[in-house]
Design a protein around this ligand. Sequence first.
Ligand code: ADP
Ligand code: MG
Length: 172
Amino acid sequence: MTNVAPADSHTVTPGMGQTAEPRRLETVPRRQRGYQSVTRDYQIAPRLTLDRHKLIQILSNLLSNARHALQDQIQGQRVLTVRIRAMMPGSFAIDVEDSGTGIETAILERLFEFGFTTKKDGHGFGLHASANLAKELGGELSGQSDGPGRGARFSLRVPLSAATEQLARRRA
Ligand SMILES: Nc1ncnc2c1ncn2[C@@H]1O[C@H](COP(=O)(O)OP(=O)(O)O)[C@@H](O)[C@H]1O
Ligand SMILES: [Mg+2]
């Protein structure tokens, strides 16, 4: 179910209708970025046709936030989990989960607001843009945390039908 493997590199080509295999899109930058461990829990391996560039932008933002949330955790507690799972009916989800700083309940509601940031040098654009990109993919982005110090999980849900429809339109 889980494994720790070296990060793959891949070529990014922007554009609609690219074939994307989420498990190949990860750019979990292990060595240079100080994750203690990366758990990959790929329960399914959907092969989709959607805008790969958008998917990569979303995952990059989530991974960047996770990295930031983990940076002050003590050694031994910096764990990042990337999960791909089936969601019923007809959707799949990619989760980016960290064991980092966590999020206060009051803040959870504001995560996707344009310009909302709690970082000294933050911009507060990443999650807002990512939520919009998720919608453009026919899906949605959500975030959750059990509170400060208890990590966070961001889930990108994408309906399989959206990807299939795009494929059908391209062939028409
Ligand atoms: N993985 C995470 N753990 C804890 N807080 C997070 C996480 N991801 C996002 N946040 C919170 O959401 C805010 C907005 O994130 P984002 O839109 O990416 O902007 P920025 O990274 O510039 O602050 C962050 O400032 C932080 O408070
Ligand atoms: Mg960010």
